[in-house]
Write a protein that binds this ligand. Structure first.
Ligand SMILES: Nc1ncnc2c1ncn2[C@@H]1O[C@H](COP(=O)(O)OP(=O)(O)OP(=O)(O)O)[C@@H](O)[C@H]1O
Ligand SMILES: [Mg+2]
Length: 224
């Protein structure tokens, strides 16, 4: 793929919940392009629509109106099983609440998305990531025995494992202290630049937003 092509195009995107006077306009007309290989930070107050937007870009949620085009594919045209393949092959998610599988160990959680596709894991790369995220001692532990920060780092390793073209990260360092936040955000940025991947990261932390090539600020479901 060429440099500087738009890997994500969002056009006239709206997401409304409910109807009548209690309707919530989580997204109220978003236009946004994200270039391949870039690191974009999304900031804004709680409830401004950041997670909703990120989920739409990853095909996890269906808009009320508007379109999301990822790598030339209009997500609204994909059937559910095609969407699932799209998510597995193209996108790595780091969720706000981690979404680790409680019955799998740290190592099994990290390898889980690879197993689903029957892909041969790049063991050297995985070891490097596990080392960088400080998880070697925890590989056989279950999520319930991990601290919030360790769960978060496991979720980050899992998202990076399949080397997705697009990494969508929702407050990936929200549970880490400021030094570890810098380290992890730096690692995400480094892998993005090194492998020419695309990173979209939600953060409340201005220092982390500063690491990004572009900062998108949201307010009341719009970009300001
Ligand atoms: N499933 C849902 N049903 C109803 N309202 C929803 C739903 N999901 C989100 N919302 C509402 O949409 C708005 C945007 O939510 P969203 O989770 O995108 O905010 P956010 O910017 O990620 O906030 P935070 O920083 O707290 O994570 C909020 O007002 C929220 O209450
Ligand atoms: Mg959120």
């Amino acid at each position: 793929m060429k440099t500087n092509t738009n890997i994500i195009t969002v056009h006239g995107l709206k997401k409304y919940y409910g109807s009548g006077p209690r309707q919530v306009k989580a997204l109220d007309g978003i236009d946004l392009t994200i270039k391949q290989g870039e690191f974009t930070a999304i900031t804004g107050a709680s409830g401004s629509g950041k997670t909703t937007l990120l989920n739409m870009m990853g095909g996890l949620d269906v808009p009320t109106e508007g379109e999301v085009i990822v790598d030339g594919i209009d997500l609204s045209r994909l059937r559910e099983e095609q969407l699932a393949v799209f998510r597995r092959k193209k996108v790595g998610f780091i969720f706000q609440n981690y979404n680790l599988v409680p019955t799998l160990t740290v190592e099994e959680n990290i390898l889980f998305p690879l197993d689903l596709d029957g892909a041969a894991p790049d063991m050297r790369y995985l070891e490097e990531i596990i080392e960088l995220l400080g998880l070697p001692d925890k590989l056989n532990a279950y999520p319930e025995a991990l601290s919030g920060g360790q769960q978060q780092r496991t979720a980050i390793a899992r998202a990076l494992a399949a080397k997705p073209a697009i990494l969508l990260a929702d407050e990936p360092t929200g549970n880490l202290d400021s030094q570890n936040s810098q380290n992890v955000a730096g690692l995400l940025k480094m892998t993005t630049k090194l492998f020419h991947r695309t990173l979209v990261m939600i953060t409340h932390n201005p220092e982390l937003a500063q690491l990004a090539d572009t900062v998108v600020k949201m307010k009341d479901g719009r970009i300001v």
